[in-house]
Ligand binder design. Structure first.
Ligand code: GTP
Ligand code: MG
Length: 344
């Protein structure tokens, strides 16, 4: 990356979308030299970040997440907000394709001066993709975006990753279909703060209302994520711009309640702690593998696990214990030789 950190910082501060895009490319990069510059950049912009409302949007493929984000984004802009859109796409870690990037969606929103749209990182491991999205979020916040919408692309794990980096979680549901059919597991239901039943029109309003009753019944049995919050189930159409104002209002209500309950910053801190622990594990593994010259041992233990010769957890413990024993022996040898040297 030829662009200096200073240029990137100034570009972000002045709202230059091209430089914001370059900065995001930098934090997405896995090259060690890029990582060093990314850390410097993040250090500079961190004091300017944190002021946005981070909104996660989930729902089965085709439920209308992108359509929702596009029209909701336009609504927020009408209300004077700046809107950034990011995506988490762990499936691209496997197929290396960027789903959001391939589609010419959100065209109208992308033409707005106060909108910034970034397709999902095109490759990486699960946690890495989420981390890149989180850091991209910080950059967008420093650039003055008030609302950051994160679309989950792909199914399953992406919801957990998104809920770990956002303040509010929106579920775009289609009419009918059991929750199992919609791929919505109990664990994901527990993360939801607001539900929007999409694609509702005059012809299916009865069905939509039945879906609402069913869903409210299911939600009733779940523990409340936020004290005094009753998850609203709203009906509307993202495409026809119906009901989006109600979602806007409920988002405001939810965020205000989080502040009243003193949970807004508390939860962000907990999320940061979780990320910290995640990276500690990652970096320790990296260090052990590379610096302790134990990559071969690592691979051989891993092979034992993968060939089902032994239990993965026992095998992992064995490898770690071996490394620390080796370190202890070296330490004892050093101490011993210093001791002899001292006594001579
Ligand atoms: N009739 C109707 N169609 C809608 C509505 N909202 C979205 N759609 C259509 O549903 C299709 C899928 O919408 P998307 O917004 O791409 O859905 P998505 O959830 O982002 O899909 P993936 O990103 O592929 O998971 C598109 O053809 C939209 O035009 C709606 O309110 N009414
Ligand atoms: Mg989409």
């Amino acid at each position: 990356m030829e662009i200096s950190t200073e240029t990137l910082v100034n570009g972000i501060k002045s709202g230059d979308k091209r430089l914001l895009g370059k900065a995001i490319t930098l934090v997405e990069s896995k090259k060690p030299e890029h990582r060093i510059q990314a850390d410097l950049l993040l250090k500079e912009i961190l004091p300017l970040s944190g002021k946005s409302i981070r909104i996660g949007v989930t729902g089965v493929p085709g439920s209308g997440k992108s359509t929702f984000i596009e029209n909701f984004g336009k609504l927020a802009i009408e209300k004077g907000k700046k809107v950034a859109v990011l995506a988490i796409d762990p499936s691209s870690a496997v197929n290396k394709g960027s789903i959001l990037g391939d589609k010419t969606r959100m065209e109208e929103l992308s033409r707005e001066e106060n909108a910034f749209i970034r397709p999902s990182p095109s490759s990486g491991f699960l946690g890495g993709v989420a981390n890149a999205t989180f850091e991209s979020m910080l950059l967008c916040e420093a650039a003055g975006y008030d609302y950051i919408l994160v679309e989950t692309v792909g199914v399953g794990q992406s919801e957990i990753l998104v809920s770990d980096i956002t303040d509010i979680f929106l579920f775009i549901k289609i009419i009918g279909g059991g929750d199992e059919l919609q791929g919505i597991k109990r664990g994901i239901m527990e993360m939801i703060d607001v539900v929007f039943i999409n694609k509702v029109n005059d012809n299916n309003i009865r069905e939509a209302k039945n879906t609402k009753v069913e869903l409210m019944r299911a939600l009733h049995f779940l523990p409340s994520k936020e004290k005094d919050w009753k998850i609203p189930v709203l009906l509307g159409s993202a495409l026809e711009n119906k009901g989006l104002d109600k979602v806007y209002l409920e988002i405001e209500n939810f965020i205000n309640l989080k502040f009243t309950n003193n949970n807004f910053h508390k939860i962000r801190q907990e999320q940061a702690e979780k990320r910290f622990d995640y990276w500690v594990q990652n970096y320790i593994l990296e260090e052990l593998k590379t610096k302790e010259n134990s990559e071969n041992e690592y691979n051989s233990h891993k092979k034992n696990a993968s060939e089902l010769k032994s239990n993965p957890s026992s095998e992992a413990r064995l490898w770690v214990e071996e490394i620390f024993k080796k370190k202890l022996i070296i330490y004892c040898l050093v101490c011993f030789s210093l001791h002899i040297h001292h006594n001579l």
